[in-house]
Design a protein around this ligand. Structure first.
Ligand SMILES: [Zn+2]
Length: 417
């Protein structure tokens, strides 16, 4: 084993242990009594159920984690990477096509191994807790559509990246940077109108009290809301949500049908105010800029490693190639991405507080958003008492009780002025 192999192996094992420790701490936080202030949305039985949901999902996470780790190590140290490489090279195509086959094969292999876990999660766990609404037909067509989209959209982009590193020499990294950035921007632009409708129905919110209230609010904060949709989230799950997609003139807000069923008009306006808050506080642009810079840095570093023999030795590959270098570099880079991910999550949690404050300020009240978030938590069986370390590792949103506390404090502050 060379030093690169040791670094990658340690990173894999460390991240596994870190997750395990966080999970154990997290489960250790569970108490029988309902936290104060949630009496109106949970009864004792519902609260117990939310804890059971956490326990079941944590154990399931351990099962998949151990399985993934075992498969990765067997595949790696059993010489899986050069074995598959031999098969793909024997087909006799050029480096780009061989690379597409190689990566496609590994992806397919990984997806097939993960399939039983996906089935158990949807039809076992989610079903047991009353969330699952996915039919087998939807489950299968979702997979087929996903595969088709990866081939139609992912394969050409991957081919471009492989070709640049194969033929463009020292310019490859910034050619790739530009190509991936343009591709991502285009994808975000077409996703709401071309891709998401492949999976869900989006119908404009019908005229009525709700639409009127939302439009009045949007006007009061000068937000040009022309695309307001209801999404049939109930097609797959009883869980509910709302989200913002697209940008420029193509931006739109989608509310899950399940959300509309469970909330009052002021609560829904507050949820929408939070989403608009993300836009107004420029969180969406900020994310995009960070991701573009990140892409550039990754490709720049990749350009140094892609022909470094040590990287290939670590995986027993005697013949270096651009496509294998791409995969191995991804594994070598994952610890850096892990720390970057932590920073991004911290930023995301800060942004959530900001969007909450925007909603409280512009609706003049903290109660509707707090009620909406509590109902959402109860409906989705969210964990109300995450361990701080677990939240630090995994949460893109602040823990609910802290969020509500911050909102109420902010409301008292602006009301007192
Ligand atoms: Zn948010």
């Amino acid at each position: 084993m060379n030093v690169i192999a040791v670094i990658i192996l340690l990173a894999i094992l460390l991240s596994f242990i870190l997750d395990l420790v966080a999970d154990i701490l997290n489960l250790g936080m569970l108490r029988n009594d309902l936290p104060e202030g949630f009496e109106d949305v949970y009864d004792a039985a519902r609260y117990r159920q939310s804890q059971e949901y956490l326990r079941v999902n944590t154990r399931f996470g351990w099962m998949t984690g151990v399985f993934d780790l075992t498969v990765t190590l067997i595949f790696w140290f059993g010489g899986g990477f050069p074995l598959v490489d031999g098969w793909m090279r024997s087909l006799g195509y050029g480096p780009v096509i061989t690379g597409l086959f190689y990566m496609g094969f590994l992806l397919l292999f990984k997806s097939l191994l993960g399939l039983p876990f996906g089935i158990y999660s949807t039809f076992g766990i989610e079903e047991r807790f009353g969330f699952n609404k996915t039919t087998w037909q939807t489950f299968v067509t979702d997979i087929l559509k996903g595969v088709l989209l990866s081939i139609l959209l992912g394969a050409p982009l991957l081919a471009a990246v492989l070709a640049f590193f194969e033929y463009a020499g020292g310019n490859a990294w910034w050619y790739c940077w530009i190509a991936v950035t343009l591709f991502t921007l285009a994808l975000q632009f077409i996703a709401p109108t071309w891709i998401m409708p492949l999976f869900n129905k989006f119908i404009p919110l019908e005229e009525g009290d709700l639409k009127r209230a939302i439009m009045d609010y949007a006007r009061s904060v000068q937000f040009p809301l022309t695309h307001l949709f209801v999404m049939d989230g109930s097609k797959r799950s009883g869980k509910s949500n709302a989200f913002f997609t697209g940008f420029g003139r193509n931006k739109r807000i989608a509310l899950f049908d399940t959300l509309i069923e469970q909330h009052t008009v002021p609560e829904l306006v507050a949820v929408l105010a939070h989403e608009i808050g993300h836009y107004k506080k420029r969180h969406i642009i900020q994310r995009m800029v960070i991701s573009i810079v990140h892409t550039g840095v990754v490709f720049y570093l990749l350009s140094f490693f892609i022909s470094y023999q040590g990287l290939f030795d670590a995986f027993y590959m005697s013949q270096p190639s651009v496509y294998a270098g791409l995969i191995f570099f991804g594994m070598l880079f994952s610890p850096i991405d892990f720390f970057l991910g932590l920073v991004l999550q911290m930023l995301s949690r800060k942004n959530e507080y900001e969007a909450d404050r925007f909603a409280v300020e512009t609706t003049g009240d903290a109660r509707p958003l707090a009620e909406a978030l509590k109902k959402l938590a109860a409906n989705n069986l969210s964990n109300l008492v995450p361990h701080p370390f677990y939240a630090f590792l995994h949460y893109s949103h602040p823990p609910l009780r802290e969020r509500i506390g911050a909102m109420q404090a902010f409301h008292r502050k602006i009301a007192g002025q």
